[in-house]
Design a binder for this molecule. Structure first.
Ligand code: ADP
Ligand code: MG
Length: 249
């Protein structure tokens, strides 16, 4: 299997504090890979380094065989590395379909033609509708995003990411703040995304992690403790030690 995303000896310090501690992480094409670890372990920092939101103190990041360590977020995104958006502020007064069509249109480099009536941009709208269908959002196409239940709103965030045609999708706690009743459905939809999209997921709900992931990396104090299958991770003494008293697992 080929590696689509890789870090080599990646380090990030905040002053004297080491948030990312010599991390070597490899994500295979088509992977359903989860990154777990206690609060403050450095999971979000690692995602921020991968996307280019943060610059590493040392080390390298490879995306689809190219060194992207010094590339901008936008350049990495253009090459297929996409993380979910926080839509709460962005698309409050737009419908679900308009929001996703705007993201598709941006990818086509037609953001400046957005003043054209939506109906005149057939390809864009069709592509957006196909994404909504894939995520089970089609019935909500003409709803304002802010009128949707929180779990459905998080699905729009994934729809916006898919509009950018990701090769690698980074999901940082996609079910954060979503009631348990809705998070199951959210994860079923995520699990059904096509294999062309490699997924790296951060999630603290172990039930959801074990249901979704085929590969799990455990991050502790900025360093990778171990990486293995869910079966091995679930019963590993080191992982139990790390999570003792952390969650109901
Ligand atoms: P996680 O996502 O695993 O909960 P984070 O990556 O958010 O952990 O944070 C890891 C550690 O790095 C925490 O101790 C946090 O306080 C610290 N940290 C994160 N971002 C910054 C920053 N911009 N400046 C200083 N410290 C930071
Ligand atoms: Mg985090």
């Amino acid at each position: 299997m080929s590696i689509v995303l890789q870090t080599q000896d990646l380090v990030r310090r905040f002053g004297g504090f080491v948030a990312t501690d010599h991390v070597d992480l490899s994500i295979e094409a088509g992977a359903r890979h989860a990154l777990i670890g206690p609060n403050g372990a450095g999971k979000t920092t690692l995602i921020n380094l991968l996307t280019g939101y943060l610059a590493p103190t040392a080390g390298r990041i490879g995306l689809l065989g190219q060194d992207v360590t010094r590339m901008s977020q936008h350049e990495r995104c253009r090459r297929g590395l996409v993380r979910t958006f926080q839509i709460n502020q962005l698309f409050d007064d737009m419908t679900v379909l308009e929001s996703v069509a705007l993201a598709v249109s941006e990818r086509h480099g037609q953001g400046d033609r957005w003043w054209k009536p939506l109906a005149a941009q057939t390809d864009t709208v069709e592509e957006a509708a196909a994404i909504l269908e894939q995520l089970g959002l089609l019935p909500d196409a003409y709803e304002l995003t802010r009128h949707l239940a929180y779990g459905r709103q998080r699905l729009i965030e994934i729809a916006l990411a898919l509009a950018l045609r990701p090769k690698v999708l980074l999901l940082d706690e996609p079910a954060a703040g979503v009631p348990t009743s809705e998070s199951r459905e959210l994860f079923e939809v995520i699990a059904q995304l096509p294999r062309e999209v490699t997924i790296l997921l951060i999630e603290h709900d172990m039930d959801l992690v074990f249901r979704f992931a085929e590969r799990i990396s455990v991050l502790v104090s900025g360093a990778l403790l171990l990486e293995d299958t869910p079966e091995v991770i679930a019963t590993h003494p080191l992982v139990r030690q790390v999570y003792l008293g952390e969650s109901d697992g």
